[in-house]
Design a binder for this molecule. Structure first.
Ligand SMILES: [Zn+2]
Length: 276
């Protein structure tokens, strides 16, 4: 899939008041490029409520380029890509608003919404805002920084695609019944996820997708001297399986979910255990 996650911050209530843009390119299941730019909005009117959310002040963008110059730098590299945004209604309206404001041509952009994708992939979560889903997936990021938000949006879309395949693009229904053969063989327990979001302390578990599409659970040992284990056949025989080895090497593109631990912290711990 060739896509680009996009996120805007705006100076005020108007959709044509973008003051920051974040982009994260997705190629074949991984984020391959990230960009972040401050924008001088067409009208230098900042609403205090907007500043409170994103922390961008007028003086920070006063000397920045306006939107046409910034968009020109990326237009070729986003052409023909699927745009993905968390609550795409907002970001697609800002993009259209900015292009219209400057009298630029507005091609037929295709937008997918990672908020809808998250609802589709993890209907059991109590909420699907960017920060909630990111925390659930173990994606650490700084919320309301456009560059970070775009990256988190890309990770959510990738994780949703790994979990439910192309069905992630179908409209989400409230309490959609779990069905379909594209779902991983193993579905992590619903209770532990809710516990996690409620601040409960379950055991750190990373669910990874194996080479044949099976999902395996890697229990991350957090205590000194303990070894991380995996419930794949090799792991059950006490061998160092490719799933744990990959995590030790920092390879995380097969991670489906990460519960009760920050993924970065888990990877660090596992690699230390393996090296020992
Ligand atoms: Zn394994």
């Amino acid at each position: 899939m060739k896509a680009v996650a996009i996120d805007f911050e705006t100076a005020n209530e108007r959709r044509d008041s973008a003051c920051a843009i974040g982009l994260a390119w997705i190629d074949d299941g991984a984020v391959t490029r990230r960009e972040y730019r401050l924008i001088r909005p067409p009208e230098m009117r900042f609403h205090p409520g907007n500043i409170r959310v994103h922390g961008i002040w007028p003086e920070q963008v006063a000397d920045e380029p306006e939107f046409p110059e910034i968009w020109a730098a990326f237009a070729d590299d986003v052409r023909d890509r699927l745009f993905i945004a968390h609550n795409a209604a907002f970001d697609s309206a800002v993009l259209a608003g900015m292009l219209a404001r400057y009298g630029m041509s507005t091609p037929q952009f295709r937008f997918a919404c990672s908020l809808q994708m998250a609802r589709r992939a993890w209907p059991e979560l109590p909420g699907h805002r960017l920060n909630l889903v990111s925390e659930f997936l173990g994606v650490s990021f700084q919320h309301h920084h456009a560059g970070e938000d775009a990256f988190a949006c890309a990770q959510i879309a990738l994780a949703a695609l790994r979990k439910v395949g192309e069905a992630a693009f179908e409209p989400a229904r409230a309490r959609a019944p779990r069905r379909g053969s594209s779902a991983p063989a193993f579905t992590p327990g619903r209770k532990s996820r809710i516990d996690r979001l409620a601040g409960g302390r379950g055991h750190p578990v990373i669910t990874v997708r194996g080479s044949r599409g099976d999902a395996w659970r890697v229990r991350v040992a957090m205590e000194a001297g303990a070894r991380t284990s995996c419930d794949c056949p090799a792991g059950r025989f006490g061998r160092l399986c490719r799933h744990v080895q990959a995590l030790a090497d920092g390879v995380i593109d097969h991670v489906i979910t990460c519960e009760n631990v920050e993924l970065a912290e888990a990877v660090q711990r596992i690699s230390r255990q393996i090296r020992r």
